[in-house]
Design a protein around this ligand. Structure first.
Ligand SMILES: *Cc1c(COP(=O)(O)O)cnc(C)c1O
Length: 402
């Protein structure tokens, strides 16, 4: 009798284990392409992580923190020192004033900042307008929040913002604009006029703006990163996201932050407390130290990256792959139709075997149905020059035509 009753509670096989919410979002292309790079021994010009670490003094500080008792939960909003250092960074670079207690929250990378912003600000049915191609977590997290992502396409070959397209994408259901500058994957750094167009639309329609500025320090030539929060009328409606990963070549640390008006920051905190709650206790003091004591490091990284950008772009050009020289970020985008391909995914899946190189197809980075990115492929240049040279040598030796 007892046995029979127990068996009634045995888990029954279900048709599908994974939730509809997760099944609706395709797995991130970065894992797939990095796994392909690992299994084929290809040069990985796909996923955007540097192959050398950030400043040793900062890593040393993390070691000190590990050895001196920073191993239990940090406060949910982040340590006081780190929140102060983030506020001081925004002031020193951009003249933005923030109250570290109410207008700054530390997140588990900008990725959690994106997730918490969307979960904390978007209701089911709300529309989120994002520049496309977009960082893939924007689509996943908008969907998890029950929102609807609308894309405004930055079109090849120069990937500029079309203000009319932005205006046209906004409807009565639009809740927020999700902006990314410097822009991954196109390398566009939005200029003043483009930012003013965004500000005009945001103010006219009373929208919240979430702006992902993780590449804020990685800009080239005479381009300048201008935070959206510094435009007139924007401070009170803009939530700015950034992180230590890209600026200090510490992508594995996953320490990020969201800054802006207390109302928006508290929406992030409201969601974030149920995601990670807190993370990186021994890393937070080291990140605070980096922001205070290694202020010039990101600019020297940018000078380095600019030379690597030129190495990669000159090489791709020479191979007959038209490339738009990016103004910022880790990435350059090429159009592969010149080689006779009409589909970047097939090209990228063939590339490891053809050439021993991995790149990222852009077609997954657009809202449903858009074919604007079908023939676009992203290459990362945040790699050692020898790695870039080897990648180019392999591409040069291979038959890349369709
Ligand atoms: C890398 C990246 C992120 C993620 O930042 P983490 O701090 O590593 O979570 C967010 N947005 C964009 C555009 C990125 O390229």
């Amino acid at each position: 009798m007892a046995l029979r009753r127990l068996s009634a509670f045995r888990p029954q096989p279900r048709r599908t284990t994974t939730s509809a919410r997760v099944r609706a979002v395709p797995p991130t292309v970065f894992s797939r392409m990095s796994a392909l790079a690992a299994s084929t021994g290809a040069v990985n010009l796909g996923q955007g992580f540097p192959d050398t670490d950030g400043p040793s003094s900062v890593i040393e500080q993390a070691g000190v923190a590990l050895r001196t008792g920073h191993n239990q939960y940090a406060p949910g909003p982040g340590t006081t020192d780190l929140r102060r250092a983030i506020a001081a960074h925004q002031w020193a670079h951009y003249g933005i004033t923030l109250d570290p207690d109410t207008e700054v929250v530390v997140t588990t990378g900008a990725t959690e900042g994106i997730a918490a912003a969307l979960l904390g600000l978007v209701d089911p049915g709300d529309e989120v307008v994002a520049l496309e191609p977009f960082y893939d977590s924007y689509a996943a997290m908008t969907a998890f929040a029950g929102g609807v992502l609308k894309g405004v396409t930055l079109r090849a070959p120069d990937f500029r913002l079309d203000p009319a397209a932005l205006e046209a994408a906004v409807t009565k259901r639009t809740k927020l604009l999700l902006i990314n500058t410097p822009h991954n994957p196109t390398g566009t750094v939005l200029g003043r006029e483009e930012l003013e167009a965004i500000a005009r639309v945001a103010v006219a329609h009373d929208l919240v703006v979430v702006t992902d500025e993780v590449y804020e320090h990685l800009v080239y030539d005479d381009h300048e990163h201008v935070p959206l929060a510094t435009l007139p009328g924007m401070a009170e409606r803009t939530l700015t996201l950034s992180s230590v990963g890209k600026s200090f070549s510490l992508t594995g640390w996953k320490v990020g932050w969201a800054t802006g008006p207390a109302e928006l920051v508290s929406a992030v905190l409201g969601a974030k407390q149920w995601l990670s709650f807190t993370s990186g206790a021994p890393l937070q003091p080291a990140v605070a130290w980096a922001l205070e004591h290694e202020r010039t490091w990101p600019a020297s990284l940018a000078r380095d990256l600019q030379a690597r950008r030129d190495l990669l772009c000159d090489g791709l050009d020479a191979l007959g792959l038209p490339v738009r020289r990016p103004e910022g970020t880790y990435f350059a985008v090429t159009d592969i139709s010149a080689l006779g391909w009409d589909d970047g995914l097939s090209f990228c899946l063939a590339l490891p075997e053809r050439a021993g190189v991995v790149a990222i197809p852009l077609q997954g980075f657009y809202a449903d149905g858009s074919s604007a990115g079908r023939q676009l492929v992203r290459w990362a240049f945040c790699k050692e020059p020898a790695v870039l040279e080897e990648g180019l040598r392999r591409l040069g030796a291979a038959d890349l035509t369709a």
